[in-house]
Design a protein around this ligand. Structure first.
Ligand code: HEM
Length: 461
């Protein structure tokens, strides 16, 4: 430990504190923060890591001085996924230039109403749920919700989608499953580099799966270039190609790197949205009164027989609150994505030395009773303003999408996907448990806290 670093548990040689993380790393990390404070040093193998779990420190380090901490810490798995030429795991001017065209593309997507593609995917999912409602059969919603979130991303980005009832082995589905499985089960070689040779097969599989998605994205780039009509952009890729085309630094961009950045949308946008929707359904089945209130609010705002749209969001503060509360209580990215200190960072009496991995304790902040009353309870009311307007409120301790200029670039897309899907699901159907009992809400710790798969019944409203 370099002198001046924040306090933390005593590390063992070689493994550091890895042995203390147990089955639920982010819960163990929260326990460390509870003991050592808002800045805690831990050693993940040989990697010194500082964990931030206090809102003031978060603001000071990640927002006020964000240029010191804007780069990603890139692990071995991160390197395999992006080869430092994607958005998720790149640094410096490469990241800056690609991030700009993606952000601009996503802003313009609003102007061209590209998110109507997501709306259509939510309609498709609900049509599919409708066949179950008519048959009276129970359903395990997991695969359908995942298909929706994949379709949401690939339709919005490339005008592509996969049928619900086809078992077509879309290359992206298989590759995304392999990537998510490998990333979710943890990779000790990320923190203990000498273990790499023992994980050669797993690393090879990850590399192969990612390269399949790169190829898929490269094909999409080729086809889009040939068919692009600037008057009528069809999707995000069209808008990104237009941004690159008008950039002063056009020569900087190449199709290979662009394909890697587009791959991120699938890697980062598929599982996160699906997990959030799966948890939300579970909590609302367990809390029928909350579900009923969501339904009544939707009927009042939208009118029975009409389709909810994003324009209704302002009139459905209780539904918005349920979405927020799901992201708080079962956050899809409990430690966000690690950053690296690119200079020595002084915070109070402590120093975070250059090269240190820095993590935001998204889960720790979201479950700290310093910030929340009964944090372990699902309480949508905490997100509703007590003022006459009754709109939604926010909290500095709620950072599911990270913070600062490096925060989730897909936040707007994710929020649209969640709203389209949740509003239709709860307006169209009443969801109940199969045996009248509560569904287990404990979850299984993987890269995020995932729900154990469950069955539900649904009837048409
Ligand atoms: C509930 C859904 C989601 C959650 C909770 C989530 C969370 C996050 C978090 C915590 C980060 C790291 C932010 C930071 O370092 O401050 C991130 C980065 C990122 N997310 Fe998301 N995300 C979600 C959905 C999506 C979607 C739908 C997309 C794509 C359409 C997406 C694309 C990305 C990308 C590309 C990055 C890397 C950004 C960069 O390094 O510049 N995410 N996300």
């Amino acid at each position: 430990r370099t002198s001046g670093m924040p306090p933390g548990p005593f590390p063992m040689p070689i493994i550091g504190n890895l042995h203390q993380l147990g089955k639920s790393p982010y819960k163990s990390l929260k326990a460390f923060s509870d003991k050592y404070g808002g800045l805690t040093t831990i050693f993940l193998g040989s990697v010194p890591t500082v964990l931030i779990s206090d809102t003031n420190l978060l603001r000071e380090i990640m927002i006020k001085n964000n240029d010191q901490i804007i780069d990603r810490y890139i692990s071995d798995s991160g390197l395999i996924i992006g080869q430092e030429r994607n958005l998720l795991f790149s640094k410096g001017s490469f990241w800056n230039k690609y991030r700009k065209v993606f952000s601009q593309g996503m802003n313009n997507a609003r102007k061209y109403n590209i998110s109507s593609r997501i709306d259509q995917q939510a309609i498709n999912l609900n049509t599919y749920f409708g066949t179950y409602a008519s048959s009276g059969q129970p359903i395990n919603p997991h695969d359908y919700i995942r298909r929706y979130s994949l379709n949401g991303v690939i339709d919005y980005s490339f005008s592509d989608s996969v049928e619900y009832d086809s078992d077509s082995h879309h290359i992206v589905i298989k590759a995304a499953e392999i990537m998510e499985e490998i990333l979710a089960t943890g990779n000790p070689h990320d923190y203990l580099p000498f273990l790499k040779p023992f994980y050669a097969k797993k690393r090879g599989m990850l590399g192969y799966a990612v390269s399949q998605v790169w190829d898929y994205c490269l094909d999409a780039i080729t086809v889009h270039r040939k068919t692009l009509n600037e008057e009528k952009p069809r999707d995000l890729l069209d808008l990104i190609l237009m941004e690159i085309d008008k950039s002063d630094e056009k020569e900087f961009f190449d199709d290979d790197s662009l394909a890697k950045c587009l791959t991120d949308l699938i890697v980062a946008g598929h599982e996160t949205v699906a997990i959030t929707l799966g948890w939300m359904l579970l909590f609302l089945v367990n809390l029928p009164d909350v579900q009923e209130k969501v339904y009544q609010e939707l009927v009042n705002a939208v009118g029975k027989g009409n389709l909810p749209t994003l324009a209704h969001r302002k009139d459905t503060s209780y539904l918005n609150a349920c979405i927020q509360e799901t992201m708080r209580i079962r956050t899809a990215a409990p430690l966000a994505l690690p950053r690296i200190a690119n200079t020595d960072i002084k915070v109070g009496n402590y120093v975070i030395p250059k090269g240190t991995q820095v993590m935001m304790s998204v889960f720790g902040l979201a479950s700290d009773n310093k910030y929340w009353d009964e944090p372990e309870k699902f309480k949508p009311e905490r997100w509703i303003s007590s003022g006459a307007e009754g709109g939604n409120v926010s909290s500095e301790a709620f950072i599911p999408f990270g913070v600062g200029p490096r925060m989730c670039v897909g936040m707007g897309v994710a929020k649209d996907e969640l709203y389209y899907c949740a509003s239709q699901m709860f307006m169209n159907f009443k969801w109940t448990s199969v045996d009248g009992k509560q569904i287990d809400d404990e979850g299984v710790a993987r890269i995020a806290l995932e729900y154990k798969q469950y069955q539900v019944k649904l009837e048409r409203r």
